[in-house]
Design a protein around this ligand. Structure first.
Ligand SMILES: Nc1nc2c(c(=O)[nH]1)N[C@H]1C(S)=C(S)[C@@H](COP(=O)(O)OP(=O)(O)OC[C@H]3O[C@@H](n4cnc5c(=O)[nH]c(N)nc54)[C@H](O)[C@@H]3O)O[C@H]1N2
Ligand SMILES: Nc1nc2c(c(=O)[nH]1)N[C@H]1C(S)=C(S)[C@@H](COP(=O)(O)OP(=O)(O)OC[C@H]3O[C@@H](n4cnc5c(=O)[nH]c(N)nc54)[C@H](O)[C@@H]3O)O[C@H]1N2
Ligand SMILES: [Mo]
Length: 649
């Protein structure tokens, strides 16, 4: 028996420290959460446990080259050398004939390890390949916060247990951040209150003291309602407003335009509920306003984040919110990715609208790793059509067989996080530890760095990848730690990242700008704005469920369940009974699902697990348009307008 300390690198708020046990034959046997880790607190979620099995299931073990049509899995196994020769040859051909802009590398946070996600990008940056803008998840919210606060970092999660009030706003922490939720439960046990603002009764809403259910996309109006209550009841910290903020008067005037009646009408929340939340906000300090990525992924999601983030400023709290803390550290990520290597700016395209580019014939060579775009990106019909084009060469380097491999010309086997050493920077807390290699890579799977080094040498540009990755990490982490050196980290010590001060604002005025001068300069509305809500259609909300990280873990827990929640009134009107098959559709496509009648969704709102595949084989994302938010260009998954009808077999 042997124990190995590993860090979970999944795209998740919690970034857990895990201890895996191996049997004498070197096979993974058990896993537990590190009890010494202040956030992991000794427990794992179903995904941590699921890795014991997922590592051995459905793996890509060898390199393959396509011999059948796309989409499909008709591949021939080849030697690594042959696969790499072919990839390099195609790459050279495209570079010579179409230039580097015709090459696209497409990746996201399947594994957030710095040596998996970032360092390998040096190769693509060196040749000047096009890249995507990472707009699929949280970008619009970051941009929104930058307008009023300069940067988006906020409260450290370890402070949660000390809070008197925690408000989860569009954030289903019970599912999406179980360890942050556990800290909130500690606060609750000490007498703290938990409030939830969510457009459906989420798992988190069920466990809260207070739940407000605004119509999807009406959060600006609700935040203004709360602000009105705080202003009218003398809860605004006037000294703080004078010393630390800019543009309060303009903001106040706008807020007061939102009468209780108007707030009720737009949000569907009664004024007495607004008062209930306003009252705890006013009385209970300190409080934490936890803004999820979820409610930000809608047409005007950035506006919602702007409006909600300003509530704590009224109460005199320095950055009294949490959204994502990735901008609060001093680690030099662009050094790792080699941003400067090409010498010129490379082309950056929208991830959200990538389907359009591909369908219209852009790019001749696409290299995909750490992402499953053939399920997770919007406008799937166009995306899949684009990846099937005969004039585009697609390479996929993944750990597992996924939908995207069905569109690959070459499939390369990747080592999982348990099969390589790495470092992960969390986006909520700031505890960093080395993730050790637990097992040998299965089959012929290889790390991302190994692959790009091989490609670089075939292109005759090995020089750029000559720096030892661990030396590069040491440079990137220069002066980044509060309580130790990179050497300590390399020796297995857990270190704390230095963190920018909460009372520091990188705005034009150096203060919290209620009235954003940056927005004004950019031609955006300087104050948050409630836009009109759509009518005459259902809104399909879709969010993560406990056992899966996006499309991962289906090997362990089976398919993402293809059902849709519908309110009883809506179901009766449509003649839909519990368990009926229904078609959820719009002009983009149709997905066949099982209807479940539920009080957890209000009228006009549907809810499904996200990234599911319908009973007709269509992915949910056929329904999602490639629409970009005005601020930050983010995705709009939670503004998906659909209709629903009973399925006639
Ligand atoms: N188990 C698990 N955890 C994960 C992930 C995973 O796949 N699985 N993924 C990680 C990643 S990448 C992300 S982005 C995060 C997402 O984590 P969260 O931010 O928690 O995101 P969601 O669950 O998508 O949405 C949160 C809630 O917002 C609500 N909501 C939607 N629209 C609105 C609205 O307009 N107003 C209001 N007030 N509420 C609204 C939804 O009903 C939902 O309950 O989770 C991370 N954690
Ligand atoms: N309908 C709908 N769609 C959504 C969303 C939504 O709310 N609704 N949310 C969006 C959001 S917030 C996000 S973050 C995206 C996530 O979208 P993706 O990043 O595409 O999500 P995953 O399915 O986790 O895909 C990650 C892939 O990385 C692979 N992988 C894991 N570890 C490694 C490794 O070490 N090396 C390599 N090479 N590969 C590895 C996994 O096997 C998996 O295939 O989805 C977006 N799509
Ligand atoms: Mo995400």
């Amino acid at each position: 028996m042997r124990e190995v300390e590993v860090v979970c690198p999944r795209d998740c708020y919690d970034t857990c420290s895990l201890i895996f046990t191996l049997d004498d034959s070197g096979k993974l046997k058990n896993v537990r959460g590190d009890s010494q880790h202040p956030i992991t607190q000794g427990f794992t979620c179903p995904r941590g446990v699921g890795d014991l099995k997922r590592v051995y299931e459905n793996r890509i073990l060898y390199p393959y080259v396509r011999i059948g049509p796309k989409p499909g899995r008709n591949f021939k196994r080849v030697e690594w050398k042959n696969a790499l020769d072919l990839v390099a040859e195609k790459l050279k051909h495209v570079l010579n004939n179409y230039g580097p802009e015709a090459v696209l590398h497409l990746e996201y946070a399947g594994n957030m390890g710095l040596l998996t996600w970032y360092f390998p990008q040096r190769f693509w940056n060196a040749i000047g390949a096009s890249k995507t803008d990472y707009s699929i998840c949280s970008k619009s919210g970051h941009e929104a916060l930058s307008l009023h606060y300069g940067s988006s970092y906020g409260i450290q999660p370890e402070k949660l247990s000390e809070m008197k009030l925690i408000v989860y706003w569009g954030f289903n922490a019970v599912v999406s951040a179980p360890h942050l939720w556990a800290l909130s439960v500690k606060a609750k046990k000490r007498g703290g209150r938990i409030a939830v603002v969510d457009s459906r009764r989420s798992e988190t809403a069920r466990r809260a003291n207070i739940w407000l259910c605004p119509k999807p996309g009406s959060d600006v109006a609700l935040a203004f309602g709360i602000a009105r209550y705080l202003i009218e009841h003398g809860y605004v910290d006037q000294d703080f407003i004078k010393e630390w903020t800019y543009g309060y008067e303009e903001y106040r005037r706008k807020v007061l335009e939102w009468t209780p009646e108007r707030v009720e009408k737009v949000t569907g929340v009664s004024w007495s509920e607004v008062e209930e939340l306003g009252d705890v906000y006013g009385r209970l300090k300190p409080s934490a306003t936890m803004m999820g990525f979820g409610f930000q992924k809608s047409v005007y999601g950035a506006e919602s984040v702007r409006a909600v983030s300003l509530i704590p400023a009224l109460l005199g709290l320095h950055r009294g919110f949490y959204y994502s803390n990735s901008k609060g550290y001093m680690v030099d990520i662009s050094y790792l990715t080699g941003e400067e290597l090409y010498g010129k700016k490379v082309r950056i395209v929208s991830q959200v609208a990538l389907a359009e580019y591909l369908e219209q014939g852009e790019f001749k060579f696409v290299y995909i790793y750490n992402m499953n775009p053939a399920v997770t990106l919007p406008d799937q019909k166009a995306l899949r059509k684009g990846l099937s084009r005969r004039d585009v060469f697609v390479v996929v380097h993944d750990t597992h067989w996924i939908e995207t491999t069905d569109y690959a010309d070459v499939v390369l086997p990747a080592a999982t996080y348990l099969e390589k050493k790495d470092i992960v920077i969390p986006y909520s807390h700031r505890y960093v530890k080395i993730s050790k290699k637990a097992i040998e890579p299965l089959g012929e799977s290889k790390s991302e760095i190994w692959v790009v080094k091989e490609l670089a040498s075939r292109l005759g540009i090995d020089g750029i990848l000559i720096e030892d990755p661990w030396k590069a990490l040491e440079k990137a982490f220069k002066d980044s730690f509060e309580d130790g050196s990179f050497g300590d980290l390399a020796n297995g010590k857990m270190l704390k990242l230095k963190y920018k001060p909460l009372n520091c604002y990188q705005t034009f005025t150096g203060k919290i700008e209620f009235y954003s001068l940056k927005a004004e300069k950019l031609g955006l509305n300087p104050l948050p704005e409630q836009h009109p809500l759509p009518e005459n259609a259902f809104i399909l909300l879709n969010s993560s469920i406990f056992k899966y990280t996006h499309t991962q873990f289906r090997e362990v827990y089976g398919p993402i369940p293809p059902f849709v929640l519908i309110n009883l009134c809506d179901a009766e009107r449509l003649g839909v009974k519990n368990g009926d098959k229904v078609v959820v559709y719009n002009e983009q496509g149709e997905v066949l699902l099982e209807a479940r009648i539920s009080e957890d969704v209000p009228r006009g709102v549907l809810w499904s697990p996200r990234q599911l595949e319908g009973l007709n084989g269509e992915t949910q994302n056929v329904l999602v348009p490639p629409v970009r938010q005005k601020i930050g260009g983010g995705a709009v998954f939670n503004s998906t307008l659909v209709n629903i009808r009973k399925f006639d077999a």
